[in-house]
Design a protein around this ligand. Sequence first.
Ligand code: NDP
Length: 295
Amino acid sequence: MRVLVGGGTGFVGRALTQLLRSRGHDVTLISRHPGKGRTTWDEVSRLGLPPCEGVVNLAGENVLNPLRRWNESFRQEVVASRIETTNTLAKAIAGAERPPSAWILVTGVGYYRPSPTTEYTEESPGGDFDFFSRLVTRWEAAAKIPGDATRQVVVRSGVVLGREGGAVAQMLWPFRLGLGGPIASGRQPFPWIHVADLVGILAHALEREDVRGILNGVAPSAATTTNGDFARAMGSALQRPAFLPLPSFAVSAIFGPERSVMLLEGQRVVPKQTLESNYRFAFPDLPSALQNILT
Ligand code: NDP
């Protein structure tokens, strides 16, 4: 299958490209920057969709970049990098002479309202209570295309864990130095997924003709994992103490109050449709996922 991957140069995209190529697929990346094996967003807008059977969008400005202040211009970049790229692909797919058979978007579990008790499946309500939940609603709406020539799948991802980027790469050094620990009380839910499983779900959704609709991209045990469990599992995989909590005022000072919700609160998310679609997780529990990533 020829697969076009928007934002495929990033953390998830690199893992997806490797997996798809290992399964015999042909991958072209869409990037802001031209290069070998790539096309650009501008080319897709001007010339339409290159010939392909599958399309995935992973593009998005990194929300938790600690070096960027959470102000109006950064907020707009976070929104535009997701909605405009998704819009470009949805329009190109809808206008294609030979539409692809599958179109897959990765969004986030920020769709569901943070709560220490409520469990969310793909059918649960959400998407209407804060900046991030409304962003997911707009992002998923931008992906909608008319007709049923192309199968549409949305994967709502939790925190992606992997060696090459994301949360683990950001936290590795404090933990290695024995300065790691839970964020605030550590009791907030920690919806996580191993990057190998997120890209596994994406490949499954591309290849399986019966997969459509929303899939939660979290591990089966994520609904019962807290941030404190994550800190303990990191410490144990690295054989380092992990007791030093990061106080909530420090998180708010670095990320700003709106963005720090992502770290100070969390959702208990269940991958109900994902399991019912017969996806088999390689890393269903956190200790084995972190052992794989860190050792
Ligand atoms: P990355 O931060 O690695 O970025 C993915 C790609 O997005 C980049 O390689 C870049 O491609 C493109 N991009 C960045 N900024 C912009 C911009 N301003 N305009 C257009 N394109 C831009 O993301 P991940 O791989 O970690 O995540 C992939 C997707 O999954 C994202 O949409 C993210 O929101 C979502 N997600 C990720 C989670 C995680 O824990 N990592 C959790 C939940 C959802 P280039 O420079 O080539 O243009």
